[in-house]
Design a binder for this molecule. Structure first.
Ligand SMILES: Cc1cc2nc3c(=O)[nH]c(=O)nc-3n(C[C@H](O)[C@H](O)[C@H](O)COP(=O)(O)OP(=O)(O)OC[C@H]3O[C@@H](n4cnc5c(N)ncnc54)[C@H](O)[C@@H]3O)c2cc1C
Length: 321
């Protein structure tokens, strides 16, 4: 019986494991090894690690964990999880091996469901990008475009003017919000309204956006975020409350609506924020908080102490038992 089983060994899961290992909690991390930012050349915006490759960041994090004997990290995909009659969480790996933990911490991340544009997928993470905080600095002075016509796309196009004067918005033939075309024109953002036919590039480098009609638009980078979907399907199996965006609702301490189940990283956020703060350092911070909350919960159980953390919305909504 482990004290805590962590599913997912990205920044969130490994940070939680560090907190729990330092608390001498018997901890198992099971990780399938497909981090969200794996296609990217570097992790940016992470204090002390800016520019590190995603693989190197994980290697260093795992090396840190080696100092803590109560932590075990395995490369394994988790296929199923359920509550046992004794109240433990039984985690079953894809190969069939089952392990029980007193608490469960989900840190399974998200998958980006990319726009269905031919030629886009091979460029993802290198010259098709999603986040100005991860990649904006790197496109300084380059020819960039944003794909989409919603208020967020208009906002992102204007935001990118902080990095480069050559910004275009490819609406994909969708209508722009009222009045936004004038705002974009006033600030020199070109608007292309034809449907996008495909992206053309060399290797991982975007060269041009081709439209169904009109001239191709030479570009060095395209910002085209996808829809985020939780990667494992495990929260639904456990009955965790989900937010309207399909991600897992947690409270300030990483507690889900299911007692004893915590969640951290891109897959989880509070109802008061419209989306996860999807950054490596934020995922690590959320893992640290959730790990400490799980440790405190075990302490309360073992010594019959009241839980030091007040119940908040997600926890209060928890079913009894
Ligand atoms: C292209 C791209 C570039 C990015 N660049 C940056 C950047 O420069 N800076 C930045 O701060 N953020 C960046 N991000 C965001 C960053 O990737 C995420 O915020 C971060 O990875 C979240 O960490 P996490 O631990 O929540 O999830 P992840 O890093 O995705 O890790 C989740 C882990 O859970 C595992 N897992 C999932 N399901 C199972 C299962 N059933 N069983 C076992 N294991 C499972 C996965 O294999 C994975 O290893 C980028 C994102 C993308 C898409």
């Amino acid at each position: 019986m482990y004290d805590v089983i962590i599913v997912g060994g990205g920044a969130a899961g490994l940070a939680a494991a560090l907190t729990l290992g330092r608390s001498r909690r018997r901890t198992l991390v099971l990780d399938a090894g497909e981090g969200r930012n794996a296609p990217a050349a570097a992790v940016h915006n992470f204090l002390t690690r800016d520019g590190t490759t995603p693989a190197e960041l994980r290697r260093v994090a795992r090396a840190d964990l080696a100092a803590y004997p109560e932590v075990e990290v395995r490369y394994a995909a988790v296929a199923d999880v359920r509550r046992t009659a004794e109240g433990a969480y039984r985690v079953t790996q894809a190969g069939g091996a089952a392990t029980d933990g007193r608490r469960l911490l989900l840190a399974t991340g998200v998958v980006d469901e990319l726009p269905d544009v031919p030629g886009l997928a091979p460029l993802w993470g290198r010259s098709v990008l999603h986040c100005p905080y991860c990649h904006g600095f790197e496109v300084s002075g380059r020819r960039v475009a944003v794909l989409g016509a919603g208020p967020g796309h208009v906002r992102l196009a204007l935001h990118l003017l902080n990095f480069t004067p050559d910004v275009a918005l490819a609406t994909g033939a969708a209508p722009l919000p009222d009045g936004q075309r004038d705002v974009l024109a006033a600030h020199g953002v070109a608007v292309r309204c034809e449907p996008v036919a495909r992206l053309e590039g060399a290797g991982t480098r975007l060269e041009r956006i081709c439209f169904e009609g009109g001239e191709p638009l030479p570009r060095d980078a395209l910002f085209a975020g996808g829809v985020l979907r939780e990667r494992s399907g495990l929260p639904e199996k456990l009955g965790c409350a989900l937010l309207p965006d399909g991600l897992v609702e947690v409270d300030e301490f990483g507690r889900t609506s299911v007692p004893g189940v915590y969640a951290a990283g891109d897959m989880a956020h509070r109802a008061t924020v419209p989306m996860p703060v999807a950054a490596v350092v934020a995922a690590a911070a959320a893992g640290t908080v959730a790990g400490a909350a799980a440790d405190q919960d075990l302490l309360s159980e073992d010594y019959g102490l009241p839980n030091p953390f007040p119940a908040t919305a997600a926890a209060a909504a928890a079913p009894a038992g």
